[in-house]
Design a protein around this ligand. Structure first.
Ligand code: ADP
Length: 390
């Protein structure tokens, strides 16, 4: 039987990891991506080179693909809606994506369905400030990896950002002095079946994810509460596919939703090596109408550390990657990007842990993370402190 063709809008590292999983599921991936240098180009079965928001290119993609899914959401939703009305199958559907792509709309939607979020408003410079400093300003669309999100600590910060605020739509929200950040990946099938991965703890530095620890050390009540919120959300959205949901855990033990990604997510990269099914395979199962495998962690714990660019350069960092691969139970993933830029995600490492020292669980995981970061960020000039600021 011929492989089924799945169209993917986006050709970055998420599509690259999805393309690695496609053959096992008898699927051929066809990607829409702007540049022949993008990570997924080499692995895809076919490609349409065009901007992500070029809906005529998506119409081209749809000619040979029974279903189209997403690796990023910088799309022109109105134009895709017209294609959907003409019979193109998007999973998740355009009506599922509608309330999610704009951060302000997303907050309004979550509030409407009764899920907890930080206090927020839409924002422009002519209105009085609704929150005391510090507060958080976010570009309503096209933010990623902290681009477009700023913690405003005082009037100087606001003045510095003002030129950007003028030309765009913004969201303002209260600063949450969270204890920890948590996230969950969950998938929903065509028949409404929902499966969850374990809740993870994530750490962002200057709004960029540096590491993920799994499972998060939280009570089973909290795991259940997060699953309940996620189930409600995916059901209300009539979602098909995989979703990443990020939370703030407050000092009083409450959780607030920070953000929903209607696709695979950095906080789920560990699933490639640590679970019986990866988030990428699960997305493909969901969008092609298959029933979903129940995800299971296949080790006691795992950590995932992002390899972020710490200089503007070209290079494959082979020596550092070889050192990282020597760590017991380490899996190094390198996205083959031709250029390193400061803060750019170039790869990640996952380390599986099976021998738990229950006394010092978190400390042990932190020491593995530190070891990885030391190998990756230490430079011949010893310029590690700058790299830590990424
Ligand atoms: P992006 O879409 O670029 O990932 P997010 O809105 O998820 O941006 O924010 C990135 C990070 O910024 C969060 O993971 C968190 O560390 C910090 N952050 C965002 N919103 C708030 C907030 N209201 N209070 C405190 N920190 C926040």
């Amino acid at each position: 039987m011929e492989n089924q063709r799945v169209g993917v809008i986006g050709g970055g590292q998420l599509a690259w990891m999805m393309a690695q999983e496609a053959p096992d599921l008898n699927l051929d991936l066809v990607i829409q991506t702007p540049s022949p240098d993008d990570p997924a180009v080499a692995l895809a079965c076919d490609r349409v080179f065009a901007a992500i928001d070029d809906a005529s290119a998506t119409a081209e993609l749809a000619k040979t693909c029974g279903v189209i899914t997403f690796e990023n959401e910088f799309v022109d939703l109105d134009a895709l809606k017209i294609l959907e009305d003409q019979g193109v199958c998007f999973r998740p559907s355009i009506s599922t994506l509608q309330p999610l792509l704009d951060k302000y709309d997303q907050r309004c939607y979550l509030q409407k369905i009764g899920l907890p979020v930080p206090s927020f408003q839409s924002f422009n410079l002519s209105q009085p400030l609704p929150f005391e400093y510090p507060f958080v300003l976010k570009a309503r669309r096209h933010g990623y990896d902290g681009q477009g999100t700023s913690v405003i600590k005082g009037a100087d910060d606001l003045a510095r950002l003002s030129p950007q605020i003028l030309g765009n739509k913004w969201l303002i929200e209260e600063f949450i002095p969270f204890e920890r950040e948590l996230a969950i990946m969950a998938a929903r099938s065509v028949t409404g079946e929902i499966v969850f991965y374990p809740v993870v703890e994530t750490q962002q530095v200057n709004q960029v994810c540096h590491w993920v620890m799994v499972p998060a050390s939280i009570s089973s009540d909290l795991q259940r509460k997060i699953e309940d919120y996620t189930r409600l959300l995916l059901t209300e959205l009539n979602a098909i596919g995989i979703f990443g949901i990020e939370f703030f855990l407050t000092a009083s033990g409450d959780v607030l939703i920070n953000e929903i990604a209607p696709r695979t997510h950095n906080s789920g990269h560990y699933t490639l090596d640590a679970c019986n099914i990866s988030q990428f395979a699960l997305q493909l199962q969901a969008v092609t109408g298959q029933s979903l495998k129940q995800p299971l962690l296949q080790c006691q714990q795992a950590v995932m550390v992002n390899l972020l660019g710490y200089e503007n350069a070209e290079g494959d960092y082979a020596e550092k990657r070889a050192k990282l691969a020597e760590i017991p139970q380490a899996f190094v993933h390198w996205y083959n990007k031709t250029e390193s830029r400061i803060g750019r995600k170039l790869g990640h490492v996952t380390v599986l842990i099976n021998h738990l020292d229950h006394q010092n669980q978190r400390q042990n995981l932190l020491s593995i993370i530190q070891k990885i970061e030391f190998i990756w960020y230490s430079t011949p000039e010893g310029d590690r402190e700058n790299s830590k600021q990424l």
